[in-house]
Write a protein that binds this ligand. Sequence first.
Ligand SMILES: Cc1cc2nc3c(=O)[nH]c(=O)nc-3n(C[C@H](O)[C@H](O)[C@H](O)COP(=O)(O)OP(=O)(O)OC[C@H]3O[C@@H](n4cnc5c(N)ncnc54)[C@H](O)[C@@H]3O)c2cc1C
Ligand code: SF4
Ligand code: SF4
Ligand code: SF4
Length: 372
Amino acid sequence: MKHDKVKSFHDLIEEVQSRGICGRCGGCVAFCSAGELHALRFGKDGVAEFANEDSCLKCGICYLVCPEIKVLDDELRKKFHWKKPIGFYRNLRSAKTTVQKVASEATDGGVVTSLLLYALEKNLIDGAVVSHRTGPFSRVPAVVTTAEEIIDAAGSHFDDVASLGKFGSSYTSFVPGIKELGKLRQRGLNKLAFIGTPCQVYSLRKMQALKVVPSDNIALVIGLFCMENFSFTKRARQKLGKNLGVNLDNVVKLNIKDDIIMTMSSGAVLHVPFEIMDEVARSACFACSDFANEYADISCGGLGSPDGYTTVMVRTSEGERLYNGARQKGFIKEMKFRKKEQSLLHRTTQMAKIVSFTRRKQERKKRVMRSL
Ligand SMILES: Cc1cc2nc3c(=O)[nH]c(=O)nc-3n(C[C@H](O)[C@H](O)[C@H](O)COP(=O)(O)OP(=O)(O)OC[C@H]3O[C@@H](n4cnc5c(N)ncnc54)[C@H](O)[C@@H]3O)c2cc1C
Ligand code: SF4
Ligand code: SF4
Ligand code: SF4
């Protein structure tokens, strides 16, 4: 690559931020080669900006790791044997944890937490980058190293609208786990699992392809399915509550499967169509086409499984070893079917749903990109 062709933070401003598709993941700031010279910082509302432009080394790392920049797609697709429409996978299952404490905390079947518990017990990892609850429902990215901490981080109660993670002057359900990677350098952890949404996993895979330290410390990647995340102001939250006819302060759990499922403190369960929540979805999410976390070792979601189960797509050989090990050692168990035909029908329906959600995201992205 010629020096004058290297794209840098200026190009991110032009191609990503000014088009309204910056997801504020923080990757560019966390992995800036001139980090010690403070070239970049988080400005107002968590938006990355130059702190000291003269310190910029014009190395292009920030540009390459940004999830909105697709320059390394061919390389990643080759490496992960990617194929249409939802990436390569070896196995598709519905499974659940066998650990009662995990089952009561988990969002769906507690498979993500149980895979981490198994990996820790077998010394496959020394810890994991997860998202940790800081209040009843608010979350921040965190590095955990014990079984207790892993269980404590279970669940995706990511949207109690009263106490979402603060993002400048607005609230957001997005947890920027990628930022956390920067801190691994100081902690001396060198075999970690990373749990994240497709955009974060995509950034991480690009860092690994570029050998950006410390992305090589990530030994396992468990990806979550993701239709969208939300970001909104107090005013937007009030409007949403009014539209739904509920007090959003009373939401105790929020999950996404075929639609958005809000569990209220009274125990009532409300199914909200995406069209309504779209009003408060982050604009970056409308420019995103990966639903099923196509570059993870294992992808997990609720879609396609009954309540209390997680849909699990095993994608890589590392993922396969992890999943089979956890199943054989009794950390997780698969959904049972009386007849082979029932199992086949279940898997076909499961797959059809995942493909349909992926197509929905792809169509949405096309529409949005045309209008930018
Ligand atoms: C923001 C978000 C959007 C999602 N959208 C969909 C969807 O559209 N359709 C669908 O089928 N499934 C979606 N999921 C996945 C689903 O909610 C469950 O996380 C998944 O089924 C795994 O369930 P589990 O019970 O096996 O995981 P658990 O055992 O409960 O473990 C979940 C793990 O995810 C981590 N985590 C929680 N929130 C976040 C976050 N925001 N960022 C990174 N890590 C986090 C936790 O720390 C924990 O380690 C989404 C998840 C998130 C976090
Ligand atoms: S030093 Fe490199 S990573 Fe940092 S802003 Fe400049 S081009 Fe981007
Ligand atoms: S999406 Fe992430 S990496 Fe890209 S400009 Fe925004 S904060 Fe930086
Ligand atoms: S929809 Fe895409 S950009 Fe938005 S949080 Fe999910 S993976 Fe990231």
